[in-house]
Design a protein around this ligand. Structure first.
Ligand code: AMX
Length: 438
């Protein structure tokens, strides 16, 4: 069977040719306009970057190389004994544009586990950090430190040809992904279970199977399956989201994948992006405490209004691009519906009930362009139910996942020879002047 590297190698000339054609035929073609609102409004809607692995449709949600989430759930191989798509099959799809075979998925799992041991100096670094340092800060620091072993950086120093950049980048990317479970699990151990012995990697497990094992929940098949789905689903969400865009920007300077992804993680750590993950559950639990056992639509509505009137956002609702319920939210809800034990969970039922009223309240409130849930509205409550109760850790799991999309683009940016990213900025005076003369 074809290896991952060969599958990418085979696609490179095709994509390079397409890019050449676009350049030759359309470099000067206008495909959108720039309004003042784009410049002062966080560049929303501006079509300004190339990202090949996924496209986000405001109504239908994410498509990975054209495949919807249900398509992926149907077509991407699961782990032995599991049903959910896994990180490796999603990674293969994102990198190559093709659905991997079962054998290819297993080979990639084995390759990753063989690369997955954390270097001793990174273990020491992480062990030296105070347990009070946010787990996301620790993750970003650990990933940055892994650049000590960057093959891309070493090869660049030796002066490799531009056409060979992608190969060293791919090696770094696979090493990075493979080491994330050990790094993220070590942070979990140090912060929440100091002194507890950690399991070692199991060569017969997939990436997420090993992650759950290292976290200390290896015997929980339902949690493992949930995290397989969660990590595959959160892998990529086109290029403009803050973490992906950061990885792309930093990578465009020819910084190696470790430094680029470390920067992306610090973007993910913001409350309007990945940290919403931890905020949602904190907020839902505060709601639970306040309304007690009287979980009615009216009481939830009251709590929603209280949040909004205090000037806070409703975490887990709204989106920069989406204008419908996030299909990732739907997929996670379906997972909940398929597990009888989750039907009895008060927090999961509360999240479900909140979804029944929040869009109406947010519409009435009238500010957000998207009154529907994003993926974060539901992702944490399942972790909580299965015993992973430390909210502050949730964004780290997102960080293990988002590497799939970010590193894919780093490989392709090198393969396509994309340039340094450098948009034009304008001062307030310049904007006014340009607008008046337009
Ligand atoms: N609750 C209350 N108000 C909201 C809101 C929400 N969930 N979502 C948006 N709004 C408000 C905005 O704060 C803004 O108010 P302003 O005019 O006073 O500044 C107004 O509605 C218009 O915002 P928008 O165009 O609809 O959203 P945006 O593209 O600027 O921001 C997002 C998108 C996600 C940051 C925003 O919806 C939000 O803050 N949501 C809550 C946090 C959250 O769930 N983040 C996770 C996003 C997904 C992810 O990256 N993991």
């Amino acid at each position: 069977t074809q290896s991952l590297k060969d599958a990418i190698k085979e696609t490179i000339p095709v994509k390079q040719e397409q890019l050449k054609r676009i350049k030759a035929q359309h470099a000067g073609t206008t495909i959108g306009e720039v309004k003042v609102e784009n410049v002062i409004g966080g560049m929303r809607g501006l079509k300004a970057m190339l990202w090949d692995s996924s496209v986000l449709d405001p109504e239908k949600g994410i498509r990975f190389h054209g495949l919807s989430i249900p398509d992926c759930q149907q077509q991407l191989p699961a782990a032995p004994g599991g049903k959910e798509m896994i990180a490796e099959s999603m990674l293969w799809l994102l990198l190559t544009g093709k659905v991997p075979s079962e054998a290819q998925t297993r080979t990639l799992s084995r390759d990753l586990v063989e690369r997955g041991t954390l270097p001793n100096y990174v273990e020491k670094l992480i062990d030296s950090l105070p347990a009070t340092l946010h787990p996301m800060t620790q993750l970003g620091m650990g990933v940055a430190a892994l650049n000590h072993d960057s093959l891309f950086q070493a090869a660049y120093e030796k002066g490799i040809k531009k056409s060979e950049y992608w190969e060293a980048t791919l090696e770094d990317c696979l090493n990075l992904i493979s080491r994330l479970p050990a790094l993220a699990a070590r942070i979990y151990r140090n912060v929440y279970n100091p002194g507890k012995a950690m399991e070692s990697l199991d060569k017969n497990l997939d990436l997420v199977g090993n992650y759950v094992r290292l976290l200390g929940f290896g015997d929980n098949h339902s949690l493992t399956e949930y995290l397989r789905l969660y990590i595959a689903l959160h892998g990529d969400h086109e290029g403009g989201n803050a973490s992906a865009h950061t990885a792309h920007l930093v990578g465009s300077t020819l910084s190696d994948p470790y430094l680029s992804y470390s920067a992306a993680l610090f973007a993910l750590a913001g409350p309007l992006h990945g940290l919403a993950n931890q905020e949602v559950l904190r907020w839902q639990m505060a709601m639970q405490t306040e309304i007690g056992s009287d979980v009615t639509h009216d009481r939830i509505k009251e709590y929603l209004w209280k949040t909004l009137k205090s000037g806070q956002v409703v975490p887990g609702y709204g989106h920069g691009v989406l204008r419908n319920p996030d299909p990732r939210f739907i997929a996670l809800q379906q997972f909940c519906d398929s597990k009888p034990e989750l039907q009895d969970s008060p927090i999961i039922q509360l999240v479900k009930k909140t979804y029944e009223v929040a869009p109406g309240v947010l519409k009435e409130h009238g500010k957000t362009k998207n009154p529907y849930p994003n993926v974060d509205a539901t992702s944490g409550c399942v972790l909580y139910h299965y015993g992973l109760t430390q909210f502050k850790y949730y964004t780290v799991i997102f960080g293990v996942s988002r590497a799939l999309g970010c590193i894919t683009q780093l490989v392709w940016a090198r393969a396509l020879g994309l340039p340094l990213e450098r948009p034009k900025s304008l001062s307030l005076d310049a904007i006014e002047k340009l607008a008046k003369s337009a």
